[in-house]
Each structure stands twice: as C-alpha cells, then as structure tokens.
Ligand binder design. Structure first.
Ligand code: NDP
Length: 328
C-alpha cells in the first residue's frame, strides 16, 4: 500500500481507503464489518470513512462495534464521519450546517462510533441557508475541543470552498483541508476541472467516492441486475437507470480487454484509474463482502501498469478528447 499526504497537511492516508455507505447494517453486520475492515487494514488501509446519515446512524454503530472488537491502536488508523442530512425531521435538524446541528451531530457520531474523536469531519453537502462563517466557526470549535482533528467539505462548489478558506484565513481559524467528491470514469469533470485551483493554490486534498460508480464499473451489470448486488437492494431502485444504461454498459464492456491485458479485473482497473490522478489523496472503496476487499485493494499493482498510452485508450472509450484537441 502506498500512502499520500492529505493535501498539504502533515497526515498521510492510504491511497486506497474503505467506506461503509449502503453496506454497513444493510448488507454487513458487525461480524462481516470486522472481517472486511481487518482485510483492509491487513492490506495497509489506514482510513475508514463513514457518515451519520448512513443507515440512519446504524453504520456508525456497526463501525464502532467493529473497532471495539478489532482493538487496533487508535493512532494506527483514521476514521471520518460526515454531517448534513441529519437523523430527525426537526426544523433545525435536517439539511443544515448550523452551529447547533454540527455540535450536536459530532457528539452523536462519537457516541455511536465509541470514539473520543474522529480524524476527519466533513460537511456532507453545502448549506445555502446557513452563513458559511457560522459553519467555519463551528468546525473550528469542534477541532479546538479535540472532537475532530481535521475538517473538510463534500460536494461543495468551488466558490463555497474558497469562501470557507478565506473566512478561516481572515480569522485565523482551522481551515478545511479536504474535499470528498465523486470520482470515477463516468464522473470526472469536477475533480479534473473546477477544483484544480484548490489543489495548487491551497493544497486541498481529496478523498474520492464511488470509484466503481456503485459497482457498474465491475462489469457485473452487463448481464442485468444481479439479485445479490446493490442494484438489487430494496430502496436503491433509483440506481437502476444508471446501472442498466446501454451506452454506459457498452463502455464498460470495451474496457474489459484492457483490464485483461494488464492482468487485472475490471474493478481493479477502474479503481487504479482513479489512483493515476495525482490530486487524489485517497480513493474510498466500498465492498459488501470480503472477497471484493481482497480484489479491490490489489488495484495499486494495476495502477503501476497504466502507461500514458493505456490512459489514452481509456479516454477514447469514455469519449474524452486529448488536451490539444480541446484547445481550438
Ligand atoms: P463503489 O462505487 O466502488 O461501489 C461499491 C459497491 O460495488 C460495493 O458495495 C459492492 O456492492 C460493489 N463492488 C465492490 N467491489 C466489487 C467487485 N470487486 N466486484 C463486484 N462488485 C463490487 O463505491 P461506493 O459507492 O460504495 O462508495 C465508496 C465509499 O465512498 C462509501 O462507502 C462512502 O464511504 C463514500 N461515499 C461518499 C459519498 C459522499 O457524498 N461524500 C457518497 C457515496 C459514497 P454490491 O456487492 O452490493 O453490488
């Protein structure tokens, strides 16, 4: 496993990390979570991602119980959580980054995770109704109280991140240091476009999500939706259009010979492709069973085999023009 600095911070994260969205509680109980987290840790993963909203708080409970069972040294791993959607419908409790919610939110997450602090705390989405200054102050205070060590944003617009950074600079507050955007072969515009300024000017890090586009890039949806997959889960029907889109499936099929040539699987190639972007600090992988963890965490070996020529072939499959073709 290779480790990358989280942007310009002093902390290093494994270039492949492990997250619990959809899976923990819904597909994996504590026993299975322990098995998958142990496999990830044995492969060198030191960063585990969560959010209060995942399985309405139950995902944090499962991870908390798993960590308790695993008894790892606290300083040997990083845990994150994210706040925004909330767990209750009260007027100040959902879709917000107000001070009250953030402070009550982190307290609840720490209780469920059975931890004294999280390493990274993300604002899971931007909140247009709360002044960014209020959010920056609350996140600063949470860090000062030792309940989180670093904070970041997830799916914030470039202008919102800049505003947060400038407020923090003006008042000498803890700045956000990392963004968590979606990044995979189908969703690359934001990370490769709008955000480039932050990496260069502010040394912002990125921990990216859904490297397999919810499993689509593993190739398993090319023969329909398997019963034992995310696409087959009750409550995830909203994913069906994406997972059965013929144009997308054709691109995935066209990728397969490249994966074979490099001696890997489609999943490994798709994850490895994310690793090729130097602005990515860590690719957060997901898995519903331990075999997937073993397979996915070998993606680093495939990344080393992706030459610029292979990159061009992949770009051609996904309809991305070469840079000089765009310049006219
Ligand atoms: P992926 O796109 O990689 O999808 C993971 C899912 O694909 C697995 O749960 C599994 O589902 C399937 N899969 C994984 N590996 C394989 C394999 N080798 N072969 C076949 N199927 C496979 O990642 P996620 O969408 O799960 O996102 C990863 C993490 O990113 C999340 O856990 C979360 O921590 C974070 N995230 C953050 C978001 C944000 O807003 N900040 C939003 C979403 C995710 P199955 O077996 O059930 O089909």
């Amino acid at each position: 496993m290779k480790y990358r600095h989280l942007g310009r911070t002093g902390i290093r994260v494994s270039e492949l990390s492990f997250g619990s969205w959809v899976t923990f509680h819904n597909q994996a109980g504590v026993e299975s979570a322990v098995e998958m987290m142990a496999a990830a840790y044995d492969h060198g993963v030191n960063f585990f991602d969560n959010a209060e909203v995942y399985a309405s708080g139950k995902s944090e409970e499962v991870m908390g119980d798993a960590l308790k069972t695993l008894k790892w040294r606290r300083s040997s791993y990083l845990v994150s959580t994210k706040i925004y959607w909330g767990l209750h419908d009260g007027v100040n409790e959902k879709n917000t980054l107000n001070r009250k919610r953030l402070i009550e939110g982190i307290n609840g997450s720490l209780e469920r995770l059975q931890l004294d602090y999280v390493d990274l705390l993300y604002c899971h989405r931007p909140d247009a109704t709360t002044p960014i200054e209020e959010t920056v102050w609350a996140m600063h205070n949470i860090i000062e109280w030792g309940k989180a060590l670093y904070w970041g944003t997830s799916e914030w617009a470039a202008s919102e991140i800049i505003e947060a950074l400038q407020i923090a600079e003006r008042h000498h507050l803890h700045k956000p240091v990392v963004e968590q955007p979606q990044y995979n072969l189908f969703e690359r515009k934001r990370l490769e476009g709008d955000y480039v300024r932050f990496y260069n000017e502010y040394g912002y890090g990125t921990t990216t999500w859904s490297p397999l586009a919810s499993g689509l890039l593993s190739g398993k949806y090319n023969k329909g939706i398997p019963k034992d997959s995310r696409g087959g889960l009750k409550g995830y029907e909203w994913l069906h259009d994406r997972l059965t889109d013929q144009e997308r499936l054709a691109r995935v099929a066209a990728l397969e010979p490249i994966a074979k040539e490099l001696g890997g699987t489609l999943s490994q190639l798709a994850i490895a492709w994310c690793l090729k972007n130097p602005f990515v600090s860590s690719v957060i992988t997901g898995a519903s069973r331990v075999e997937q963890v073993h397979e996915n965490l070998k993606a680093g070996e495939i990344a080393d085999k992706i030459t610029p020529e292979v990159m061009e072939r992949i770009d051609a499959i996904f309809g991305v023009k070469k840079k000089d073709e765009d310049d006219d």
